[in-house]
Ligand binder design. Structure first.
Ligand SMILES: Nc1nc2c(c(=O)[nH]1)N[C@H]1C(S)=C(S)[C@@H](COP(=O)(O)O)O[C@H]1N2
Ligand SMILES: [Mo]
Length: 153
């Protein structure tokens, strides 16, 4: 009856080499420690953009999903890729080592809000303060796949 009034809630699928694959909404992301960052990035078509974002660390969310490496062996993590896809098909890769505190420790966020506007309906946005260019700031994230490739020796 009132079905047409129900707003679609964006869901993010965490899949791949994970012990605990999950489907997360933006409100679910508020369950991790929240970080706030101000960033400037350059867009090739519209120039410098300034925003502030809040949300959990990508590292914290993915670690809780149980990536399939031996956490005691640092070298075992180096084969893992993180593939991030938006609802429009925009797609980018990170490596696990990029966000791992034992390696590059980049403070990448899975933002739940942009400029104090919640992203509940649009879906979370990837925030990479280390990037000069805006192209990996994927908005409307629908899927994150963790891929360990071939097991190491
Ligand atoms: N889903 C999705 N996210 C995206 C893009 C896109 O095409 N699709 N473009 C990227 C690019 S090139 C830039 S510069 C920033 C633009 O962010 P803004 O629209 O807030 O300026 O979003 C990034 N995120
Ligand atoms: Mo851009």
């Amino acid at each position: 009856m009132s079905q047409s009034l129900i707003q679609p809630v964006a869901e993010l699928a965490l899949t791949g080499d994970l012990a605990r694959p999950a489907r997360l909404t933006v409100p679910d992301l508020l369950g991790w420690p929240q970080h706030r960052v101000r960033v400037t990035f350059d867009c090739a078509t519209s120039g410098p953009q300034h925003h502030h974002f809040t949300g959990p660390r990508l590292y914290d969310v993915l670690t809780d999903a149980g990536p399939g490496f031996d956490p005691r062996r640092r070298k075992d993590r180096l084969r893992f890729l993180i593939a991030v896809t938006g609802t429009d098909g925009h797609h980018a890769l990170l490596t696990w080592a990029e966000i791992d505190p034992d390696f590059a420790h980049a403070p990448v966020l899975l933002a739940a809000s942009i400029d104090d506007t919640p992203l509940d309906l649009a879906g979370p946005q990837l925030v990479l303060p280390q990037d000069r260019c805006g192209a990996r700031y994927i908005s409307g994230i629908s899927a994150i796949r963790v891929d360990g490739g071939y097991p190491g020796p």
